[in-house]
Ligand binder design. Structure first.
Ligand code: C2E
Ligand code: MG
Ligand code: MG
Ligand code: MG
Length: 288
């Protein structure tokens, strides 16, 4: 009984360590944990299916980083990625993500599941660090994945940083055949004239706007405006965070071309994604 009480107490401490208490101490705990995490194999990627709205078919997946900390358990990316960015660890972690995602996506093609795109989130620090192009080139050549099956997601706020140097860098990535997407679109303050200059292929409409699509017919004005603007600029659109059938229907009517969200599938471990993809290969999703 004493052992149990101790264990329970320790578990309480563990969860408090992440939720409340001294933020600086928590960050330090995470930061110290990040250093050995790569070599100890504590990271993995989960994959969330992305569906073509017109056909209902699986066309790819977003790679989402997961960290299994030895004592804290599963630490959510929104908690540890900002810490990894402050400490600079995100550059090495980001390289690992690129390599792993390309390797796993090349494996999908080998199992006859392809062709499927893989989307990888980039930190602003990876763009500012001079090694990104070399890392992307290495990830592609080590895996044998063709660049056209890789999409890089860059958040809107990152793209608003500096100008000509960033545009040159994006153009060099595009020259490798890679697709570029603006992640969390609508949450920043993009200037339309600037967006036009960026060599991006698609906008990922932030999931915050999905809530606007109510059951009513005319609640979708922001999403409608974003899709119309994207069409005008020759860009594709992916809606993130689609949870309800009425959102699916509204997005279809508005001409959104790709969708992603719990309505279709949650992010899942790599092996489970392979099973899911096998079950859905080439078939429109049932029930939508
Ligand atoms: P994100 O790039 O916008 O990724 C989408 C997030 O929305 C994921 O959260 C996903 O699990 C979640 N999501 C998907 N469908 C739904 C839905 O229908 N409803 C709701 N409520 N949520 C949904 P996750 O995996 O916790 O990742 C959070 C963020 O962490 C990501 O947002 C991304 O910015 C960042 N992140 C994840 N992996 C990486 C990575 O490898 N590198 C970098 N730099 N950032 C990453
Ligand atoms: Mg993303
Ligand atoms: Mg993101
Ligand atoms: Mg997003």
């Amino acid at each position: 009984a004493m052992y149990q009480a101790k264990e329970a107490g320790r578990n309480t401490f563990r969860s408090h360590l992440l939720d409340t208490g001294d933020e600086a101490l928590n960050d330090l705990t995470l930061r110290n944990g990040l250093r050995p995490a790569l070599t100890r194999g504590e990271f993995s990627l989960h994959y969330q299916p992305i569906i073509a709205l017109a056909s209902g078919k699986l066309i790819g997946a977003e790679a989402l980083l997961r960290w299994q900390h030895p004592t804290l358990g599963n630490v959510p990316p929104n908690r540890f990625i900002p810490v990894a960015e402050l400490s600079g660890h995100i550059v090495a972690i980001g390289d690992w993500v690129l390599g792993k995602a390309c390797q796993e996506a090349a494996g999908w093609a080998e199992r006859g599941l392809g062709p499927l795109m893989v989307s990888v989130n980039l930190s602003p620090l990876q763009l500012r660090h001079g090694s990104l192009e070399a890392s992307v080139a290495a990830a592609l050549s080590n895996s044998g994945l063709d660049g056209r099956w890789l999409e890089l997601e860059i958040t809107e706020s990152t793209l608003m940083g500096d100008t000509d140097a960033l545009i040159d860098q994006l153009n060099r990535l595009k020259a490798m055949g890679i697709r570029l997407a603006v992640d969390d679109f609508g949450t920043g303050y993009s200037c339309l004239a600037y967006l036009r200059r960026l060599p991006v292929d698609r906008l990922k409409i932030d999931r915050a706007f999905m809530a606007d699509i109510g059951a009513g017919a005319d609640d979708a004005s922001i999403v409608r405006a974003i899709i119309q603007m994207a069409v005008g600029l020759g860009l594709g659109t992916t809606a993130e965070g689609v949870e309800h059938p009425h959102q699916h229907e509204a997005l279809k009517a508005l001409g959104c071309d790709e969708v992603q969200g719990y309505l279709y599938a949650h992010p899942m471990p790599a092996e489970q994604f392979v099973q899911w993809a096998s079950a859905h290969a080439g078939q429109p999703l049932a029930a939508i």
